[in-house]
Design a binder for this molecule. Sequence first.
Ligand SMILES: C[S@@+](CC[C@H](N)C(=O)[O-])C[C@H]1O[C@@H](n2cnc3c(N)ncnc32)[C@H](O)[C@@H]1O
Length: 468
Amino acid sequence: MDYLPIFLNLKNEPCLIVGGGQVAARKAEILQHAGGQVSVLAPDFHDALLKLGESGSMTLLSKRFHSQDVCGFKLIVAATDDIDLNAHVAEAAKTHNIPVNVVDQPALCTFIFPAIIDRSPIIAAVSSGGASPVLARILRMRIESLIPPAYGRLAKIAAKFRTRVKQAIKESHVRRKFWENVLSGTVAELVFAGREEQAAEHLDQLIRAESQEKDGLRLGMVYLVGAGPGDPDLLTIRALRLMQEADVVVYDRLVSPEILQLVRRDAEKIYAGKQRNQHTLPQAQINRLLADLAKSGKRVLRLKGGDPFIFGRGGEEIETLMTEGVLFQVIPGITAASGCAAYAGIPLTHRDYAQSCMFLTGHMKDGRLIDIDWNQLSRPGQTLVFYMGLQGLEEICSRLIQHGCPADLPAALVQQGTTQHQLVLTGTLKTLPQTVNSSDVKAPTLLIIGNVVKLREKFAWFRPHGDA
Ligand SMILES: C[S@@+](CC[C@H](N)C(=O)[O-])C[C@H]1O[C@@H](n2cnc3c(N)ncnc32)[C@H](O)[C@@H]1O
């Protein structure tokens, strides 16, 4: 280990930055953020520093550097573009045993600035020891995406309850296990979902149960998560985190195997998939199952294709959970319409072609499409997106023509959009049904109708592997 990472308390401590440019301004901000009393010394100052000086939040010393200037400071940064001057500052600081950082000259430093992930009071620091600050920054960005922004709030709740937990749970190994459960379980998820009061209430209950040595009080929760249209790269950061935390996953047919692989390996997996006219588990049974699993203390991941609130029956599932008093959260996913349109190069709205867009279901009952206002759909200047529209494709196209849409209105059918099996068939209201009939189309498919479909000729960008 070339450097020892330590966290310095700079609150109200005098810090000196030598240099008046942009780099000096950035360092000044960091030190100020950590509570330091910052002075900046240079003959001239960058505007950003002048502003900070005017606001009175830092002192500007307009002069040339002299060795004695370091006296009385607890930390020094040399941030000038003059190599000799930087070396001079470093030497003066070292003479007085003051920690010094010289920007971009690790050999002259006694300390270096890490890349910082700030979830105060939680702080993580990444350093490459001066070898490659860019690499450290890339790593920092990766870590940023793994740590929910609300981690700081979680740490504050933990701090608030720390003494009580210590009094209630005497044995340190039991206490550690308790905190591990709390900080990676439902209490943490409630904090991340912005429900801090509820989180505190539940933490309170857990402490009571633990101090009365009652076993088995585990808080379950249902995560209703949208898995997007297929490409695993389109998962949200929160979806991915919850997939790795769940004890059990209840998933649909539309969730691709690649996405399922990202779920925690030892999580129990329950298939609730639905196929047209063949519901593997009836909806009421799925609702019941989710509630029962959560009530038994499990973290239940309800993983659905696309977005749970768009033709996903998410509303029905949470209605049961609400009635049963089960905790839940809903994590949106990229719906098939956005995913397929983006990967097919078809903007759903465009100033010249469509000012509105409608999401519809082409679901059929007894061989007929249900509840569709064809007059409304036939108006110009809009895009129609039909989910589950393959069966009814012919009827959709002919009804639209009957209600006044031009027969040459462009239309596209996107098969398995965003995946490596994506196939886009294009035509018009008149020709598309025939084109589709003579192709070997595989579900799921999405139908997009409107003049925006023309833009695919220009905008198609996604090429699945193996596509010529
Ligand atoms: C029951 S709906 C669920 C929609 C989902 N909740 C969403 O927001 O995308 C299923 C229909 O979504 C459409 N769909 C979902 N994923 C798709 C994909 N990758 N490519 C094409 N269509 C898709 C198909 O029309 C499919 O029949």
